[in-house]
Design a binder for this molecule. Structure first.
Ligand SMILES: Cc1cc2nc3c(=O)[nH]c(=O)nc-3n(C[C@H](O)[C@H](O)[C@H](O)COP(=O)(O)OP(=O)(O)OC[C@H]3O[C@@H](n4cnc5c(N)ncnc54)[C@H](O)[C@@H]3O)c2cc1C
Length: 458
């Protein structure tokens, strides 16, 4: 094993299938040295790009391996709460540039009510959210990581970990180059580093290769979305629908799931719905059909009809509440979706992907400043504890919440009687979006923080 200290760090070199920071593939040969790094990060989504940025900032040599090439479509609602905004500004992303659409808060629709709730005013988080299409969101984050020295290899699909034969420890990854359709284009190559970060999303290929299965006693969601050309493209509220009706609201058939309408600001709106596995409809309905039937019921002038659809309806799974553990073992750390970090209260995953990446980067930086061996291992073992401290209690509450709202009667009751009560809804927004001040907050913050602390870690 080779470990590069700050002073020994590689200068950035062109490498096979590497990118020049503008998204163009640069074809050169990779030398053995270029396949060696201090840290390998697998996957350049929000988790991987953020981890690569913070690690490279400290002077570590970081290899970021991504199976696709930017820009690329990524199935998402494109909504960013103030939690995610805080991480973006921390990375120095210019959110005043064109393409970032600000919003004031959440508009909740259900039970015959429309309620607009401003994001809370807090010292820890900004009071606005953003919408930005994932078509280039991940690329912007990755470019930022490259600017501080991370080495990106696009179209490089990781196929599994490389293990030390004696210890079983992860000492690198195997990968092969692929084309836009994921078809193999080259031989398998090994990349080596003393620490590997799995940021490969819900597929969790690396974790699975280690035998780290997902836990079925944790909530899981599935969500579908598409884009429509719509006059609602510049809405400065994120809109959430608690009831989806097939037919006239209150009279037709209540459809399963919760919907959203997020204006992307480019003439289109991102519209989608999510269903939790605590719902009896999970896995038994055609989600695309449910989306269409709900939208047929929305006003014609909003444009949510097939002839205005831009691209297909596409979906993916939402792994929630720490549904995959351990988050660290044998040289491999899980960040973001690979570790099941989507918030079970609201389906938000980007902020948690970025925050877990920050925690992982801090732990790795400390670990790599120590000699290889027991002291380094001790530093790395802090990662799962730090995650539990940050989200463990909250995700346990989220699991209970997901179970409760799986019952449609509870949800119907909550919508009817909860929505007309602004104070209760203000509390609910803070709880669901995980937006409180840890110290010096208001009474609601203190109640939520106490609940979070009292709940056992997920
Ligand atoms: C329909 C839908 C709507 C959603 N809406 C929102 C929302 O509005 N707001 C929000 O905060 N969250 C939302 N989420 C959740 C959010 O998309 C995820 O939580 C988030 O993308 C997780 O980031 P990540 O970096 O962990 O994983 P990903 O974003 O999945 O990134 C993983 C990266 O790893 C790459 N990769 C995978 N396997 C390999 C491999 N073997 N080798 C190399 N590279 C690999 C992938 O190409 C990808 O670039 C939504 C999810 C869905 C499905």
């Amino acid at each position: 094993m080779k470990f590069f200290t700050k002073s020994q760090s590689h200068p950035r070199k062109g490498s096979e299938r590497s990118s020049n920071g503008k998204g163009d593939a640069v074809m050169t040969r990779t030398t053995a040295d270029e396949r060696q790094a201090d840290v390998i990060v697998v996957g350049a989504g929000p988790a991987g790009a953020t981890a690569a940025y913070h690690l490279a900032q400290t002077g570590l040599d970081v290899l970021l391996l991504e199976k696709t090439a930017f820009p690329r479509e990524k199935v998402c609602g494109d909504g960013l709460t103030p939690r995610a905004v805080r991480q973006l500004t921390r990375m120095g992303i210019d959110i005043d540039a064109p393409g970032w659409i600000r919003n004031h808060g959440l508009r909740i629709v259900g039970g015959g009510h429309h309620l607009e709730l401003h994001w809370p005013e807090l010292s820890s988080f900004p009071d606005y959210g953003l919408v930005r299409t994932r078509y280039d969101f991940d690329e912007i984050l990755t470019n930022q990581a490259q600017k501080v020295g991370a080495r990106l290899h696009e179209r490089t699909a990781v196929t599994g970990p490389v293990l030390d034969e004696a210890t079983g420890r992860v000492i690198g990854v195997r990968a092969r180059t692929v084309d836009d359709k994921g078809r193999r284009t080259g031989d398998e190559t090994e990349f080596r580093a003393p620490v590997v970060v799995a940021a490969d999303g819900v597929s969790a290929r690396l974790a699975l290769a280690m035998g780290w299965q997902k836990r079925d006693d944790r909530p899981m969601g599935v969500a579908v979305r598409t884009y429509y050309t719509s006059p609602r493209h510049d809405d400065d509220w994120m809109e959430s629908w608690l009831e989806l009706w097939d037919g006239k609201p209150g009279e037709g058939k209540l459809l399963p799931g919760y919907g959203w309408i997020f204006g992307v600001g480019d003439g289109t709106a991102n519209v989608g719905l999510g269903i939790l596995n605590t719902s009896s409809a999970f896995g038994k309905v055609d989600y695309k059909d449910v989306l269409r039937r709900w939208l047929l019921n929305t006003p014609e002038e909003w444009g949510f009809r097939d002839h205005n659809m831009v691209g297909e309806i596409r979906g993916a799974a939402l792994p929630m509440g720490f549904n995959r553990k351990p988050h660290y073992q044998d040289g491999l750390l899980l960040v973001g979706d690979s570790g099941g970090m989507v918030n079970p209260f609201n389906g938000e995953g980007i902020a948690y992907a970025m925050e877990s990446a920050v925690i992982a980067a801090e732990v790795i930086t400390e670990a790599l400043a120590r000699p290889d061996g027991q002291q380094r291992e001790l530093a790395l073992s802090a990662y799962p504890r730090a995650l539990d401290a940050a989200y463990g209690g909250y995700y346990t509450l989220g699991r209970l919440f997901a179970r409760t709202i799986g019952n449609p009667h509870v949800m119907k009751y909550g919508t009817r009687y909860g929505l007309p009560r602004p104070l209760l809804m203000k509390f609910t927004l803070k709880l669901l979006a995980n937006l409180t001040d840890p110290r010096g907050g208001d009474a609601m913050d203190r109640v939520i923080n106490a609940m979070r602390k009292m709940a056992p870690a997920a």
